[in-house]
Design a protein around this ligand. Structure first.
Ligand code: NAD
Length: 258
């Protein structure tokens, strides 16, 4: 079904663990060429790259702290130098930074949350645009940008996560403009919007809190990173979603229904 992903050059930001790494494995299984990224190389980088290659893909790692615009540009340049172009960009890097109620938000925290979640996606997309346009022209099909939104972008976020939720809502919104003005370049823009997914993101929660959250999810549990991965394959595949753009796919076990 996803056979057109073979050989595709897929850059996944923030992919040394969690949702991004699970997506990287899914792409590798379909023979894609995958770029992993994190602020620094994980201690088990060689093992991770070997696993991706064993799964059937090509893989390389690119260190970059995407809270900084120059690092976003450098990441895209390094990826293109290595793989010769880019067909799919996945803006996955993101996170809470910390939980802070409104009264405790200062300028540094404001910048940290927005740099990680907004600046990273904006600047990686900006840098990738000419390469995605070239890919679409050369292949005669659409290229794809997939950004990771969040249930928090719909609901406003949980305790101390107002800036995070707002930054994800910003992503949900800005892609509408990108669709309006870059579809002529044959680039599609879509969002994967996870609910509560069992990653390091929720490392601060004790068993009781996890139980309470699970009870509020119709499917009765957290999602897994692997359960997010097929959505990325779908949006990346021209054969599957060549006429799908500007959409948000919510994967949340029924926790929120827009
Ligand atoms: P995670 O903490 O497991 O992974 C985060 C990844 O981002 C890691 O690979 C880390 O190295 C990377 N990263 C962090 N800061 C970075 C930086 N400055 N530059 C480059 N890379 C950086 O989290 P996750 O749950 O896999 O989250 C992935 C995405 O999914 C994020 O955008 C997050 O906001 C979103 N999300 C997660 C959930 C959830 O419940 N886990 C829900 C909704 C949305």
């Amino acid at each position: 079904m996803f056979n057109d992903l073979r050989g595709k050059r897929v850059l996944i930001t923030g992919s040394t663990m969690g949702i991004g790494l699970a997506a990287a494995h899914a792409f590798a299984r379909y023979g894609a060429r995958v770029g992993l990224n994190g602020r620094r190389a994980p201690h088990d980088l060689d093992t991770q790259l070997d696993a991706l290659r064993a799964a059937g893909g090509e893989a390389a790692f690119f260190a970059a702290d995407l809270s900084h615009s120059e690092a976003c540009k450098q990441l895209v340049a390094d990826f293109v130098r290595h793989f010769g172009g880019i067909d799919v960009l996945i803006n996955n890097a993101g996170g809470l930074v910390a939980r802070r109620p409104l009264a405790e938000i200062d300028d540094a925290f404001f910048d940290a949350v927005n740099d990680l979640n907004m600046r990273s996606a904006l600047m990686c997309t900006q840098a990738a645009l000419p390469h995605l346009k070239a890919s679409a022209a050369a292949r005669g099909e659409t290229a794809s940008v997939i950004s990771v939104g969040s249930i928090a972008g719909h609901t406003g976020g949980g305790p101390g996560a107002s800036l995070y939720g707002a930054s994800k809502a910003w992503l949900h919104n800005i892609q509408k403009n990108w669709v309006d003005y870059h579809t002529t370049d044959r680039i599609r823009f879509n969002i994967v919007s996870p609910g509560t997914v069992d990653t390091a993101f929720h490392a601060d929660k004790n068993a009781e809190t996890r139980q309470r959250i699970s009870a509020a999810i119709p499917l009765g549990r957290f999602g897994t990173p692997e359960e997010m991965a097929p959505a990325f394959l779908f949006f990346a595949s021209h054969a599957c979603s060549g006429y799908v753009t500007g959409q948000i796919l919510d994967i949340n076990g029924g926790q929120f229904m827009p």
